[in-house]
Design a protein around this ligand. Structure first.
Ligand SMILES: Nc1ncnc2c1ncn2[C@@H]1O[C@H](COP(=O)(O)OP(=O)(O)OP(=O)(O)O)[C@@H](O)[C@H]1O
Ligand SMILES: O=C(O)[C@@H](O)C(=O)CO
Length: 424
């Protein structure tokens, strides 16, 4: 079975989000961490490969170079269609790189037109008359107008994208989308003949995105957030059971948390309140040379092997500020990431087969320490939080990489107890 869709995501949590969307559409999906090279192996039998880059805030020339590297690798693996995943809140000012990256992908694919739609209705992101809404607010009235890196002070997608590309940008409006797949295809064709390169489409619901996905099936390059990816995925015939369904059910379960986001702190509190074994890592002690890893492993060995364990560096804003004041922000982060990466390796060596990691940077540290470059995506425990399967290199590991603010407060206990019964 050859690859059907190659997806390029502009950040890691966006990569997980879009991989979960393709999987929800029934496609066998692999997630690759970082720009691939000739040594990057793709799990066998996948329909979609998502390459997660860190290009969202990068200068346009860097983002273009990384995206073209990913596109070449995906094409070499057989992908006929490229999906560019950017943020559902666009997160790209007039100096942003969505226009330059899309133009470069179109040129390399030898095609003249693409369809864009950042709508993601389950997260309240909709597009109407080309304006992006976040729930009941225009993007430019939403808290995203204060984003530290990409303040979104305009909601008009045609205007935003026109500032990033020398090519023409135009809209397919909602009444056309409501008329269905043929109407969208005709509008796309009319725009292409008129010399438009970027066609933005309105979408208010998942049904609208399914129409757009079906209409975009033959386009070599399509762009947007997870919503259009799911619509596109649903237009492909699905094939056979997902190999990720063979996730390991045996072995011990652990959570490693380095995220200090509010939702992660709630999840830690819920795990503790459920009476499950939790250990807080003393980051300052580790910095003075104490064998915090050795102590953590001694603690782990003393726990009931039937219960999931939680080891966390996560701290409240006050504790975090105190550690950062003493060690410096980047030294503190490096210290924590080193600790959690090493612990991940030790835990897997000791038989952990189900590992949940909280935090984007933390996930990067753990996958690097475990030498995991690609995983197969399985079903979601919560929206945008899928289980993944890291194959033979890790002895068969079920891995969940959770973005800081994703998942319900009981995610840790629910995700790990779902399989605990079978591990007994
Ligand atoms: N006790 C601590 N002291 C200092 N730094 C810490 C501590 N605990 C965690 N950190 C650092 O805080 C950062 C948390 O970032 P991370 O990306 O893992 O979580 P997040 O920002 O909540 O997740 P996401 O990026 O998915 O939203 C990491 O760099 C981690 O090393
Ligand atoms: O599209 C979104 O909102 C998310 O997938 C995202 O990009 C997170 O950074």
């Amino acid at each position: 079975m050859t690859l059907r869709i190659g997806c390029i995501a502009d950040d890691f949590t966006g990569g997980t989000d879009v991989a979960a969307a393709f999987r929800r559409a029934g496609l066998r999906t692999a997630l690759v961490f970082g720009a691939p090279d000739s040594t990057t192996e793709l799990p066998a039998d996948c329909d979609v490969a998502v390459v997660a880059l860190k290009s969202r805030s990068a200068p346009a020339d860097e983002a273009v170079a990384d995206s073209l590297t990913a596109q070449r690798w995906l094409h070499a693996k057989g992908a006929a269609q490229i999906y560019l995943k950017y943020c559902s809140t666009f997160d790209s000012t007039p100096r942003g790189n969505i226009g330059p990256v899309t133009d470069a992908l179109l040129q390399a694919a030898g095609t003249a037109v693409t369809l864009h739609c950042p709508a993601s209705p389950p997260n309240g992101r909709t597009v109407y008359q080309g304006h992006l809404f976040v729930h009941d607010q225009l993007l430019s009235d939403s808290p995203l107008r204060h984003h530290p890196l990409t303040p979104m002070t305009d909601s008009a997608l045609v205007r935003l994208l026109s500032a990033q590309t020398p090519h023409r940008v135009a809209l397919i409006d909602w009444p056309t989308v409501r008329r269905g797949v043929d109407a969208v295809r005709e509008a796309l064709s009319a725009h292409r003949q008129a010399g438009v390169r970027h066609v933005i489409a309105d979408a208010l619901t998942d049904d609208d995105l399914a129409v757009l996905g079906a209409a975009a099936l033959e386009l070599p390059v399509v762009a947007g957030a997870a919503g259009l990816a799911e619509g596109l995925g649903r237009a492909y015939p699905t094939a056979g059971p997902d190999p990720a369904d063979a996730l390991p059910r045996q072995g011990r379960a652990a959570v490693l948390a380095g995220s200090c986001s509010a939702r992660t702190l709630e999840q830690i509190a819920q795990f503790y309140a459920a009476g499950l074994p939790s250990l807080h890592l003393d980051v300052l002690a580790a910095a003075t040379g104490r064998d915090v890893i050795g102590e953590a492993m001694t603690w782990y060995d003393a726990q009931d092997p039937k219960l999931p364990v939680l080891v966390y560096a996560s701290a409240s804003p006050d504790e975090l500020a105190a550690v950062q004041a003493q060690l410096g922000v980047s030294e503190a982060a490096a210290q924590v990431e080193e600790l959690l990466g090493t612990l991940a390796s030790r835990l897997v060596e000791r038989g952990v087969r189900r590992l949940l990691v909280a935090g984007g940077e933390t996930s990067g540290a753990v996958t690097t320490a475990l030498g995991i470059r690609a995983v197969l995506v399985a079903d979601e425990a919560d929206p945008g939080v899928p289980w993944t399967y890291a194959g033979a290199a890790t002895g068969g590991l079920a891995l969940m990489l959770k973005s800081g603010n994703f998942g319900a407060p009981d995610l840790f206990t629910r995700a790990l107890s779902a399989t605990a019964e079978e591990a007994k």
